[in-house]
Design a protein. Structure first.
Length: 288
């Protein structure tokens, strides 16, 4: 039986509704395995640190070539982050501000799907503008991509629920009355230090899982409609084949997102497009 402190937990409510939605539509979104019977299994390559830097270089070149079109798409992400922050303030959920912002690392593999599509088209020599990002809607693998989105959104919801419960257990149910009080509680108390350590540890597990199942999944689906589960298994194989290099790539992504979040998420206007395009080029290097 839920305690009184749990009755108004918005994230438990969110998870319940999300589970209903997945059970209702999951079978329609994710194609049946027999649709992809007989397709060749993607082959995974070894990659080196030089491949990461080359992928970042090519991602930067894509940003430079597409200029304002890419910046227009990149603005969506910091604006979404600021809206989430405003939501946290509006509902006295200040402790959820950091978990909401860090959720970019979990949903990023699907959130950047339009950037992958633009890099794919530019690679083919096509003239590209921001409207071409919506070419994803015509992809034969759209159902699989949506299915991946559902999986990552579920992970994001679980992360928010875990963060909420951690804060409740460590800091108690009372909401901080001001931003100053919240900052003091988090950064200048022993409980706050415990919360930071626990939050970083649990958040790392969610981010690592999202990274492992999604590092090449969506680019692969855009390139070849191999089916969701084959794409996820290929992503896991890429990580298993290149553990050190993929760990380095994860650190680069995490560090870039942190730097891009300062100040007020404005840097994400540049960071997100570069990482999105670079992820496409890294997929090209990691999957034959």
């Amino acid at each position: 039986m839920a305690s009184e402190n749990h009755i108004e937990n918005p994230f438990e409510y969110f998870l319940e509704k999300l589970s209903w939605g997945v059970s209702d539509v999951g079978g329609r979104l994710i194609p049946h395995p027999e649709r992809h019977a007989g397709q060749a299994v993607p082959q995974v390559r070894k990659v080196a640190a030089a491949d990461l830097w080359d992928a970042l270089r090519k991602g930067t070149e894509d940003l430079g070539a597409l200029r304002d079109d890419i910046l227009f798409i990149g603005i969506i992400y910091p604006v979404a982050g600021l809206l989430m922050a405003r939501l946290a303030f509006s509902y006295d959920l200040l402790p959820m501000l950091f978990p909401l912002a860090s959720g970019f690392a979990i949903v990023g593999p699907v959130a950047a799907v339009g950037l992958y599509e633009m890099s794919r088209r530019r690679e083919l020599g096509e003239k590209v503008n921001w409207l071409d990002a919506f070419g994803v809607l015509r992809s034969p693998a759209l159902g699989s991509i949506i299915g991946m989105g559902v999986i990552l959104l579920a992970l994001f919801g679980l992360w928010l629920g875990a963060a909420y419960e951690l804060n409740l257990a460590i800091m108690g149910p009372a909401a901080p009355p001001t931003v100053r009080a919240f900052s003091h509680n988090v950064f200048w108390t022993q409980a706050g230090g415990t919360l930071i350590a626990a939050g970083v540890g649990v958040g790392f597990l969610f981010a690592a899982l999202s990274f492992a199942i999604g590092v090449v999944t969506v680019p692969l689906l855009l390139d070849r409609d191999v089916g969701l589960w084959t794409a996820i298994k290929t992503s896991l194989k890429v990580v298993a084949t290149n553990p050190g290099i993929m760990a380095l790539w994860g650190l680069v992504v995490a560090g870039a997102l942190v730097l891009g979040s300062i100040p007020a998420l404005v840097g994400l206007i540049f960071v997100v497009p570069v990482l999105g395009h670079a992820s496409w080029h890294l997929y090209r290097k990691a999957v034959a």
